[in-house]
Design a binder for this molecule. Structure first.
Ligand code: ZN
Length: 154
């Protein structure tokens, strides 16, 4: 295992241990909200991810509850951190989801952009394991579904 792999593995473990965004959903009054439950039958991971979006199409809140393997939970945490720290609009979030999916489907061929994906780049190695791609995508697919419910599509 090279240095980058072990760094990424540590990032995943840290997110799994202290997940960002795993809390009660407390949207601001007047925001549009959506909630989506996503299940990954191949591993048994599940998540319910909720978002609030304001009049300017900015995501003002993201919160989730879930249960599953450490990759799925850590990925939900990395996604929540990305959305919260970068202050993403709905459209920007869709771009990040597309970039994350592209990285995971590349089988290790794409060098991910940390500016776009934040700690999401730590899941780069997962792309070599087809069975785990769904684990890593779980929260991101749930966010995509929430955005779709609110009328935002890529
Ligand atoms: Zn899993």
């Amino acid at each position: 295992m090279n240095g980058l792999d072990s760094l990424y593995q540590q990032l995943i473990l840290d997110h799994a241990k202290r997940p960002v965004g795993k809390r009660d959903f407390t949207p601001q009054a007047g925001n549009k909200t959506a909630s989506h439950h996503e299940f990954n039958p191949s591993c048994g991971d599940e998540i319910t991810l909720s978002i609030a979006v304001d009049d300017a199409d900015m995501i003002t809140e993201i919160a989730w509850q879930g249960d599953g393997c450490s990759i799925s939970m850590a990925s939900a945490s990395a996604l929540s951190q990305l959305v919260t720290e970068d202050g993403l609009s709905a459209q920007q979030a869709l771009e990040r989801i597309a970039a994350f999916r592209e990285m995971l489907q590349s089988r290790g061929q794409i060098e991910p952009d940390e500016e776009l994906l934040g700690d999401g780049v730590a899941f780069q190695g997962v792309s070599k394991f087809v069975m785990r791609v769904k684990c890593a995508m779980l929260a991101w697919v749930a966010l995509e579904a929430d955005l779709k419910k609110l009328g935002y599509t890529a």
